[in-house]
Design a protein around this ligand. Structure first.
Ligand SMILES: [Zn+2]
Length: 377
Protein backbone atom coordinates (compact mmCIF):
# COMPACT_ATOMS: atom_id res chain seq x y z
CA UNK A 1 0.00 0.00 0.00
CA UNK A 2 1.30 3.49 -0.80
CA UNK A 3 1.83 5.95 2.04
CA UNK A 4 -0.85 8.61 2.51
CA UNK A 5 1.14 11.34 0.75
CA UNK A 6 2.14 9.00 -2.09
CA UNK A 7 -1.41 8.18 -3.16
CA UNK A 8 -1.63 9.27 -6.80
CA UNK A 9 -4.40 11.06 -8.67
CA UNK A 10 -6.38 12.18 -5.60
CA UNK A 11 -4.63 15.41 -4.65
CA UNK A 12 -7.87 17.32 -4.00
CA UNK A 13 -8.99 14.69 -1.49
CA UNK A 14 -5.55 14.55 0.17
CA UNK A 15 -5.37 18.36 0.47
CA UNK A 16 -8.80 18.40 2.08
CA UNK A 17 -7.76 15.72 4.57
CA UNK A 18 -4.44 17.40 5.42
CA UNK A 19 -6.23 20.72 6.02
CA UNK A 20 -8.91 19.01 8.08
CA UNK A 21 -6.45 17.14 10.27
CA UNK A 22 -4.39 20.30 10.85
CA UNK A 23 -7.46 22.32 11.83
CA UNK A 24 -8.60 22.85 15.37
CA UNK A 25 -11.91 21.13 14.87
CA UNK A 26 -10.97 17.90 13.18
CA UNK A 27 -14.06 16.24 11.62
CA UNK A 28 -15.08 13.04 13.36
CA UNK A 29 -17.04 11.64 10.44
CA UNK A 30 -16.23 11.57 6.76
CA UNK A 31 -17.89 10.29 3.61
CA UNK A 32 -15.32 9.16 1.03
CA UNK A 33 -17.33 9.13 -2.19
CA UNK A 34 -16.08 7.85 -5.54
CA UNK A 35 -16.08 4.97 -7.95
CA UNK A 36 -14.79 1.59 -6.91
CA UNK A 37 -11.02 1.33 -7.22
CA UNK A 38 -10.15 5.02 -7.03
CA UNK A 39 -8.23 4.77 -3.76
CA UNK A 40 -10.94 5.46 -1.17
CA UNK A 41 -10.15 2.44 0.96
CA UNK A 42 -6.37 2.85 0.76
CA UNK A 43 -6.72 6.49 1.78
CA UNK A 44 -9.09 5.59 4.63
CA UNK A 45 -6.71 2.97 6.01
CA UNK A 46 -3.70 5.33 5.73
CA UNK A 47 -5.71 8.09 7.44
CA UNK A 48 -6.62 5.61 10.19
CA UNK A 49 -2.93 4.78 10.65
CA UNK A 50 -2.12 8.48 10.89
CA UNK A 51 -4.84 9.12 13.47
CA UNK A 52 -3.74 6.18 15.61
CA UNK A 53 0.03 6.50 15.03
CA UNK A 54 2.34 6.79 18.05
CA UNK A 55 4.73 9.10 16.22
CA UNK A 56 3.35 10.57 12.99
CA UNK A 57 5.90 12.01 10.59
CA UNK A 58 5.70 15.61 9.48
CA UNK A 59 7.35 17.40 6.57
CA UNK A 60 6.78 20.67 4.75
CA UNK A 61 4.65 20.56 1.60
CA UNK A 62 7.50 21.82 -0.65
CA UNK A 63 5.45 21.65 -3.82
CA UNK A 64 3.83 18.24 -3.22
CA UNK A 65 0.40 19.88 -3.44
CA UNK A 66 0.08 22.87 -5.78
CA UNK A 67 -2.93 24.10 -3.79
CA UNK A 68 -0.95 24.47 -0.54
CA UNK A 69 1.81 26.76 0.71
CA UNK A 70 5.29 25.28 0.61
CA UNK A 71 5.67 25.46 4.38
CA UNK A 72 2.34 23.74 5.15
CA UNK A 73 3.19 20.81 7.44
CA UNK A 74 2.04 17.56 5.83
CA UNK A 75 1.45 14.59 8.10
CA UNK A 76 1.35 10.87 7.58
CA UNK A 77 1.71 7.72 9.66
CA UNK A 78 5.22 6.55 10.63
CA UNK A 79 4.41 2.96 9.54
CA UNK A 80 6.92 1.61 12.06
CA UNK A 81 5.21 1.87 15.44
CA UNK A 82 3.13 -0.94 16.95
CA UNK A 83 -0.09 0.86 16.11
CA UNK A 84 0.78 1.32 12.41
CA UNK A 85 1.92 -2.27 12.05
CA UNK A 86 -1.17 -3.71 13.72
CA UNK A 87 -3.54 -1.59 11.60
CA UNK A 88 -1.76 -2.97 8.54
CA UNK A 89 -2.10 -6.53 9.87
CA UNK A 90 -5.76 -6.03 10.76
CA UNK A 91 -5.16 -6.73 14.47
CA UNK A 92 -5.33 -3.22 15.95
CA UNK A 93 -8.07 -3.09 18.60
CA UNK A 94 -8.76 0.57 17.78
CA UNK A 95 -9.27 0.02 14.06
CA UNK A 96 -12.27 -1.73 12.56
CA UNK A 97 -13.32 -2.28 8.97
CA UNK A 98 -17.11 -2.64 8.88
CA UNK A 99 -18.76 -4.54 6.01
CA UNK A 100 -21.89 -6.58 5.52
CA UNK A 101 -20.17 -9.97 5.53
CA UNK A 102 -19.15 -9.43 9.17
CA UNK A 103 -22.59 -10.86 9.91
CA UNK A 104 -20.82 -14.22 9.63
CA UNK A 105 -18.96 -13.43 12.87
CA UNK A 106 -21.96 -12.21 14.86
CA UNK A 107 -22.70 -13.96 18.20
CA UNK A 108 -26.29 -14.62 17.24
CA UNK A 109 -27.00 -17.54 14.98
CA UNK A 110 -29.98 -15.90 13.29
CA UNK A 111 -27.80 -12.96 12.25
CA UNK A 112 -25.08 -15.30 10.99
CA UNK A 113 -27.50 -17.25 8.87
CA UNK A 114 -29.43 -14.37 7.34
CA UNK A 115 -28.81 -13.65 3.65
CA UNK A 116 -26.43 -10.68 3.52
CA UNK A 117 -28.05 -8.30 1.09
CA UNK A 118 -27.34 -5.18 3.05
CA UNK A 119 -25.22 -3.85 5.85
CA UNK A 120 -27.60 -4.64 8.68
CA UNK A 121 -28.31 -2.90 11.92
CA UNK A 122 -26.97 -5.97 13.79
CA UNK A 123 -23.56 -5.64 12.15
CA UNK A 124 -23.46 -1.86 12.59
CA UNK A 125 -24.35 -2.15 16.31
CA UNK A 126 -21.92 -4.94 17.10
CA UNK A 127 -18.92 -3.79 15.06
CA UNK A 128 -19.32 0.00 15.16
CA UNK A 129 -21.76 1.58 17.61
CA UNK A 130 -21.02 -0.62 20.66
CA UNK A 131 -17.20 -0.67 20.32
CA UNK A 132 -17.16 3.09 19.58
CA UNK A 133 -18.36 3.72 23.13
CA UNK A 134 -15.70 1.45 24.69
CA UNK A 135 -12.31 2.82 25.72
CA UNK A 136 -9.54 3.07 23.14
CA UNK A 137 -6.87 0.38 23.60
CA UNK A 138 -3.91 2.54 22.62
CA UNK A 139 -5.30 5.77 24.07
CA UNK A 140 -5.29 7.64 20.73
CA UNK A 141 -8.92 7.09 19.81
CA UNK A 142 -10.57 4.67 17.42
CA UNK A 143 -11.21 4.60 13.70
CA UNK A 144 -14.04 2.80 11.92
CA UNK A 145 -14.07 2.43 8.15
CA UNK A 146 -17.40 1.34 6.67
CA UNK A 147 -17.33 -0.22 3.22
CA UNK A 148 -20.24 0.02 0.74
CA UNK A 149 -22.16 2.37 3.00
CA UNK A 150 -24.85 2.66 0.33
CA UNK A 151 -25.88 -0.89 1.26
CA UNK A 152 -26.45 0.16 4.89
CA UNK A 153 -30.13 -0.33 5.69
CA UNK A 154 -32.17 2.71 6.73
CA UNK A 155 -32.62 1.33 10.29
CA UNK A 156 -28.84 0.85 10.52
CA UNK A 157 -28.22 4.41 9.30
CA UNK A 158 -30.75 5.74 11.79
CA UNK A 159 -29.17 3.77 14.62
CA UNK A 160 -25.79 5.24 13.70
CA UNK A 161 -26.98 8.87 13.67
CA UNK A 162 -26.33 9.61 17.34
CA UNK A 163 -22.79 8.20 17.13
CA UNK A 164 -22.16 10.20 13.94
CA UNK A 165 -23.54 13.36 15.50
CA UNK A 166 -21.58 13.25 18.73
CA UNK A 167 -19.10 10.43 18.69
CA UNK A 168 -17.12 9.61 21.83
CA UNK A 169 -13.88 11.62 22.03
CA UNK A 170 -11.24 10.44 19.61
CA UNK A 171 -13.58 8.34 17.49
CA UNK A 172 -13.43 8.87 13.72
CA UNK A 173 -15.89 7.22 11.35
CA UNK A 174 -15.16 7.02 7.62
CA UNK A 175 -18.02 5.95 5.36
CA UNK A 176 -16.99 4.71 1.90
CA UNK A 177 -19.64 4.92 -0.80
CA UNK A 178 -19.92 5.34 -4.55
CA UNK A 179 -22.51 8.09 -4.45
CA UNK A 180 -23.47 10.15 -1.38
CA UNK A 181 -26.93 10.62 -2.92
CA UNK A 182 -27.63 7.01 -2.00
CA UNK A 183 -27.24 7.74 1.72
CA UNK A 184 -29.94 9.23 3.94
CA UNK A 185 -29.76 13.06 4.04
CA UNK A 186 -29.43 12.83 7.84
CA UNK A 187 -26.33 10.65 7.46
CA UNK A 188 -24.83 12.97 4.82
CA UNK A 189 -25.35 16.11 6.85
CA UNK A 190 -23.31 14.76 9.76
CA UNK A 191 -20.20 13.95 7.73
CA UNK A 192 -17.56 15.88 5.85
CA UNK A 193 -17.75 14.86 2.20
CA UNK A 194 -14.47 13.98 0.45
CA UNK A 195 -14.77 13.20 -3.24
CA UNK A 196 -12.48 10.79 -5.07
CA UNK A 197 -12.44 11.54 -8.79
CA UNK A 198 -11.62 9.05 -11.53
CA UNK A 199 -7.88 8.47 -11.91
CA UNK A 200 -6.10 9.62 -15.07
CA UNK A 201 -6.41 6.84 -17.69
CA UNK A 202 -2.69 6.93 -18.49
CA UNK A 203 -1.86 6.38 -14.87
CA UNK A 204 -4.19 3.36 -14.60
CA UNK A 205 -2.84 1.89 -17.86
CA UNK A 206 0.76 2.37 -16.65
CA UNK A 207 0.06 0.45 -13.45
CA UNK A 208 -1.41 -2.44 -15.47
CA UNK A 209 1.55 -2.45 -17.86
CA UNK A 210 3.93 -2.69 -14.91
CA UNK A 211 2.06 -5.90 -14.04
CA UNK A 212 2.86 -7.28 -17.48
CA UNK A 213 -0.38 -6.41 -19.29
CA UNK A 214 0.13 -5.37 -22.95
CA UNK A 215 -0.32 -1.65 -23.70
CA UNK A 216 -3.39 -2.29 -25.89
CA UNK A 217 -5.15 -4.29 -23.21
CA UNK A 218 -4.04 -1.93 -20.41
CA UNK A 219 -5.44 1.09 -22.26
CA UNK A 220 -8.67 -0.74 -22.92
CA UNK A 221 -9.33 -1.64 -19.26
CA UNK A 222 -8.32 1.83 -18.11
CA UNK A 223 -10.94 3.34 -20.45
CA UNK A 224 -13.54 0.64 -19.81
CA UNK A 225 -13.45 1.16 -16.02
CA UNK A 226 -13.39 4.96 -16.32
CA UNK A 227 -10.04 5.22 -14.57
CA UNK A 228 -10.66 2.82 -11.69
CA UNK A 229 -7.39 1.18 -10.84
CA UNK A 230 -9.00 -1.46 -8.66
CA UNK A 231 -11.55 -2.53 -11.26
CA UNK A 232 -9.13 -2.33 -14.20
CA UNK A 233 -6.67 -4.57 -12.35
CA UNK A 234 -9.40 -7.01 -11.47
CA UNK A 235 -10.76 -7.26 -15.03
CA UNK A 236 -7.26 -7.78 -16.42
CA UNK A 237 -6.63 -10.43 -13.75
CA UNK A 238 -9.80 -12.25 -14.79
CA UNK A 239 -8.28 -12.74 -18.25
CA UNK A 240 -11.36 -11.41 -19.98
CA UNK A 241 -9.59 -9.51 -22.73
CA UNK A 242 -9.44 -12.27 -25.35
CA UNK A 243 -13.11 -13.00 -24.73
CA UNK A 244 -14.02 -9.33 -25.05
CA UNK A 245 -12.26 -9.16 -28.43
CA UNK A 246 -14.17 -12.12 -29.78
CA UNK A 247 -17.43 -10.82 -28.27
CA UNK A 248 -16.97 -7.47 -30.03
CA UNK A 249 -16.14 -9.32 -33.26
CA UNK A 250 -19.33 -11.39 -33.00
CA UNK A 251 -21.44 -8.31 -32.31
CA UNK A 252 -19.96 -6.58 -35.34
CA UNK A 253 -20.56 -9.65 -37.55
CA UNK A 254 -24.11 -10.02 -36.20
CA UNK A 255 -24.58 -13.24 -38.15
CA UNK A 256 -25.58 -15.63 -35.39
CA UNK A 257 -27.56 -14.36 -32.39
CA UNK A 258 -27.94 -17.94 -31.15
CA UNK A 259 -24.21 -18.50 -30.98
CA UNK A 260 -23.71 -15.12 -29.37
CA UNK A 261 -26.28 -15.85 -26.64
CA UNK A 262 -24.69 -19.22 -25.93
CA UNK A 263 -21.27 -17.60 -25.67
CA UNK A 264 -22.60 -15.08 -23.14
CA UNK A 265 -24.38 -17.69 -21.00
CA UNK A 266 -21.17 -19.73 -20.71
CA UNK A 267 -18.94 -16.73 -20.09
CA UNK A 268 -21.26 -15.46 -17.35
CA UNK A 269 -21.24 -18.81 -15.56
CA UNK A 270 -17.46 -19.01 -15.80
CA UNK A 271 -16.89 -15.50 -14.48
CA UNK A 272 -19.42 -16.03 -11.67
CA UNK A 273 -17.41 -19.09 -10.59
CA UNK A 274 -14.26 -16.95 -10.50
CA UNK A 275 -16.06 -14.40 -8.33
CA UNK A 276 -17.09 -17.14 -5.90
CA UNK A 277 -13.53 -18.49 -5.72
CA UNK A 278 -12.31 -15.02 -4.82
CA UNK A 279 -15.08 -14.38 -2.29
CA UNK A 280 -16.23 -17.50 -0.50
CA UNK A 281 -19.16 -15.66 1.10
CA UNK A 282 -20.67 -14.68 -2.24
CA UNK A 283 -24.05 -16.25 -3.00
CA UNK A 284 -24.42 -17.97 -6.40
CA UNK A 285 -27.32 -15.77 -7.49
CA UNK A 286 -25.38 -12.61 -6.63
CA UNK A 287 -22.22 -13.81 -8.40
CA UNK A 288 -24.27 -14.57 -11.54
CA UNK A 289 -25.74 -11.09 -11.51
CA UNK A 290 -22.39 -9.42 -10.97
CA UNK A 291 -20.87 -11.41 -13.83
CA UNK A 292 -23.83 -10.58 -16.07
CA UNK A 293 -23.33 -6.93 -15.26
CA UNK A 294 -19.69 -7.09 -16.40
CA UNK A 295 -20.71 -8.39 -19.84
CA UNK A 296 -23.65 -6.01 -20.20
CA UNK A 297 -21.20 -3.23 -19.37
CA UNK A 298 -18.82 -4.38 -22.10
CA UNK A 299 -21.61 -4.58 -24.65
CA UNK A 300 -23.15 -1.21 -23.71
CA UNK A 301 -19.77 0.51 -23.95
CA UNK A 302 -19.37 -0.85 -27.49
CA UNK A 303 -22.77 0.44 -28.63
CA UNK A 304 -22.05 3.72 -26.92
CA UNK A 305 -18.81 3.98 -28.90
CA UNK A 306 -20.77 3.28 -32.09
CA UNK A 307 -23.33 5.91 -31.17
CA UNK A 308 -20.54 8.46 -30.67
CA UNK A 309 -19.13 7.47 -34.03
CA UNK A 310 -22.51 7.46 -35.84
CA UNK A 311 -23.34 10.91 -34.45
CA UNK A 312 -20.10 12.25 -35.85
CA UNK A 313 -19.05 13.34 -32.37
CA UNK A 314 -15.38 13.26 -31.55
CA UNK A 315 -14.39 11.54 -28.38
CA UNK A 316 -12.09 8.88 -27.09
CA UNK A 317 -13.48 5.40 -27.70
CA UNK A 318 -13.47 2.71 -25.02
CA UNK A 319 -13.01 0.08 -27.74
CA UNK A 320 -10.26 2.02 -29.49
CA UNK A 321 -8.50 -1.35 -29.94
CA UNK A 322 -11.28 -2.51 -32.33
CA UNK A 323 -12.20 0.61 -34.34
CA UNK A 324 -13.46 -1.41 -37.34
CA UNK A 325 -16.07 -3.20 -35.23
CA UNK A 326 -17.24 0.11 -33.73
CA UNK A 327 -17.55 1.54 -37.23
CA UNK A 328 -19.43 -1.43 -38.69
CA UNK A 329 -22.04 -1.31 -35.92
CA UNK A 330 -22.37 2.47 -36.38
CA UNK A 331 -22.98 2.01 -40.13
CA UNK A 332 -25.49 -0.79 -39.63
CA UNK A 333 -27.80 1.05 -37.23
CA UNK A 334 -27.35 4.82 -37.17
CA UNK A 335 -27.88 7.06 -34.13
CA UNK A 336 -31.60 6.50 -33.45
CA UNK A 337 -31.45 2.71 -33.42
CA UNK A 338 -28.21 2.73 -31.44
CA UNK A 339 -29.81 4.92 -28.77
CA UNK A 340 -32.72 2.47 -28.70
CA UNK A 341 -30.38 -0.53 -28.29
CA UNK A 342 -28.65 1.24 -25.40
CA UNK A 343 -32.01 1.86 -23.73
CA UNK A 344 -32.87 -1.84 -24.11
CA UNK A 345 -29.50 -2.83 -22.63
CA UNK A 346 -30.14 -0.56 -19.65
CA UNK A 347 -33.45 -2.35 -19.17
CA UNK A 348 -31.65 -5.71 -19.31
CA UNK A 349 -29.41 -4.53 -16.50
CA UNK A 350 -32.48 -3.90 -14.36
CA UNK A 351 -33.92 -7.29 -15.31
CA UNK A 352 -30.66 -8.92 -14.27
CA UNK A 353 -31.43 -7.96 -10.67
CA UNK A 354 -34.84 -9.57 -10.83
CA UNK A 355 -35.23 -13.27 -11.24
CA UNK A 356 -35.01 -13.45 -15.01
CA UNK A 357 -33.77 -16.69 -16.52
CA UNK A 358 -30.18 -16.20 -17.73
CA UNK A 359 -30.68 -17.95 -21.08
CA UNK A 360 -33.79 -15.88 -21.83
CA UNK A 361 -31.99 -12.68 -20.91
CA UNK A 362 -28.94 -13.35 -23.12
CA UNK A 363 -31.14 -14.53 -26.02
CA UNK A 364 -32.87 -11.17 -25.87
CA UNK A 365 -29.61 -9.25 -25.57
CA UNK A 366 -28.25 -11.07 -28.63
CA UNK A 367 -31.35 -10.38 -30.73
CA UNK A 368 -31.55 -6.75 -29.70
CA UNK A 369 -27.88 -6.15 -30.35
CA UNK A 370 -27.85 -7.76 -33.77
CA UNK A 371 -31.18 -6.44 -35.10
CA UNK A 372 -32.27 -3.57 -32.81
CA UNK A 373 -35.49 -5.54 -32.19
CA UNK A 374 -37.35 -4.80 -28.95
CA UNK A 375 -36.92 -7.10 -25.98
CA UNK A 376 -39.48 -9.83 -25.44
CA UNK A 377 -39.17 -9.81 -21.67
ZN1 LIG B 1 3.06 4.86 13.48
Amino acid sequence: MPELLDIVGQDAALVQLQRASAGERRPHAYIFAGAEGTGRRTTAVELAKLLLCEKPSERPNNGRFAAMDDDFPLRQACRRCDSCRTVEAGTNGDFQLVYKELARYHDEQKVRERVMQNLSIDVVRKFLIDPAWRASVGGRGKVFVVRQTETMSAPAQNALLKTLEEPPTGVTIILLCTSPAELLPTTRSRCQLVRFGPLPMDFVADVLMKDGISPTEANFWAAMTGGSIGLAGRRAGEKLYEFKKSLVGQLADADSPGKLAEMLVKATEKLARKFRTRDKDLATSLSNRQAGQVFLGLISSLYHDSLVSASGAAGPLVHADQPDAVERIAERFGPTELAEILAQLARCEQLLWRNVNAKLLWDNVAVTCTSAAALEL
